[in-house]
Design a protein around this ligand. Structure first.
Ligand SMILES: O=C(O)CCC(=O)C(=O)O
Ligand SMILES: [Mn+2]
Length: 190
């Protein structure tokens, strides 16, 4: 791929692993419904989320500063499984809950300063299959659509966040929830 790297494993987790994890995380994570300020106006986010990390790693995300919470046991287990499978290390995870197909995420890059220059971000999806879109920032017509199924892993790496934006559009026919976990590495000196 030009200007970035994508690596996709549709069956990173078995269906049984993914089913159990989805059920546990839906019931047990401390989901928040925060407001985002866009052009000076507060809006409820079109999804729920929570943020977990190693000690005291705050994350500045859009207009929000996310305070660190300790890893939930199952999230920590998943992080260790991911690290063993990929050889990568992560110290924070942003977890989104799209309650149904009306919940979504707009176009953005994961380019916060704390992530450094060429961040590797590991995105694990559970629950309803949704379409993930990428568009090149300079080459207007370049758009990629990927279906992210239950139990899949998408790795975004290299210069991807500098040259591409991504989004998760609404999909009105979806009635079931989806959880997405993006494991990240925050540079502590940033
Ligand atoms: O839900 C997804 O697949 C994308 C989430 C995302 O882009 C983010 O958390 O920054
Ligand atoms: Mn993102």
């Amino acid at each position: 791929m030009v200007d970035g790297e994508l690596c996709f494993d549709a069956q990173f987790l078995s269906i049984d692993q993914a089913d159990l994890l989805l059920e546990q995380l839906l019931a047990e994570l401390p989901w928040r419904h925060d407001e985002l300020t866009v052009y000076g106006k507060a809006h409820l986010m079109p999804r729920l989320h929570c943020y977990q990390s190693e000690q005291n790693l705050q994350y500045q995300y859009s207009s929000l500063t996310l305070q660190s919470q300790p890893y939930h046991g199952k999230v920590l287990q998943l992080k260790r499984y991911l690290e063993a499978a990929t050889g990568l290390s992560f110290n924070a995870v942003l977890i989104n809950l799209y309650r149904d197909g009306a919940d979504k995420m707009g176009w953005h890059s994961d380019d916060e300063r704390e992530l450094g220059n060429n961040p590797t971000i590991a995105s694990i999806s559970l629950g309803a299959q949704r379409c993930f879109k990428l568009r090149h920032k300079q080459k207007q017509a370049t758009e990629i659509s990927l279906e992210l199924p239950h139990g899949s892993l998408l790795l975004m790496a290299g210069a991807l966040q500098r040259h591409w934006q991504h989004s998760l559009p609404a999909r009105k026919k979806v009635t079931k929830p989806r959880i997405n976990l993006t494991f990240r590495y925050l540079e502590t000196s940033a």
